[in-house]
Design a protein around this ligand. Structure first.
Ligand code: HEC
Length: 107
C-alpha cells in the first residue's frame, strides 16, 4: 500500500488497518479535500501538522465544526475515527491510529 512506508519501523503505523485507511481516504476525498486539499496541503494544512496528535482537536472540529468549517455530525464515530487515522498517517504523517471509542468521548 502506497500510504504505508514499507521501511517504517514505527509500531503505531504498523498497527494501522489498511481497510480503515481506505475508508478514511474515501471519506476525506468526499468531504474534506475541497478545503484541506487532496494532499492535505491546503489551509488548514495537515501534512506535517503536529496538532493532529490531539484527538480532541480532530473529534471536536469534525463533529461540532469550527469558526469557518461546517460540522460533520452525520458521520459515525467509526467514520470520524477512520478520517482521523487517515489524516494522521498520510502525506508523511506518522501519528498512529484513532479509535471510535476515543472519538465518542467528544460527541
Ligand atoms: C468548507 C471548508 C472545510 C471543509 C469542507 C472541511 N474543513 Fe476542516 N477546517 C476548515 C477550516 C477553515 C479550519 C480552521 C478552523 C476553523 O475555521 O474552523 C479547519 C480545521 C480543521 C481541523 C483542525 C486543524 C488544526 O490544525 O487546527 C481539522 C482536524 C479538520 N479541519 C478536519 C477536517 C475533516 C476531517 C474534514 C472532512 C470531514 C474537514 N475538515 C472539512 C475548513 C474545512
Amino acid at each position: 500500500m502506497a500510504f504505508q512506508a514499507a521501511e517504517s519501523t514505527d509500531a503505531a503505523v504498523a498497527e494501522i488497518d489498511p481497510a480503515v485507511m481506505e475508508l478514511g481516504g474515501t471519506l476525506y476525498a468526499d468531504n474534506c479535500a475541497a478545503c484541506h486539499g487532496e494532499n492535505g496541503d491546503a489551509e488548514r494544512k495537515f501534512a506535517g501538522s503536529q496538532s493532529l496528535k490531539h484527538v480532541v482537536l480532530i473529534a471536536s472540529q469534525v463533529i461540532h465544526g469550527g469558526e469557518f468549517m461546517p460540522k460533520f455530525d452525520f458521520l459515525t464515530d467509526e467514520e470520524v475515527a477512520a478520517l482521523g487515522t487517515y489524516i494522521r498517517n498520510s502525506w508523511g504523517n506518522t501519528l498512529g491510529p484513532v479509535t471510535a471509542e476515543e472519538i465518542a468521548v467528544y460527541r
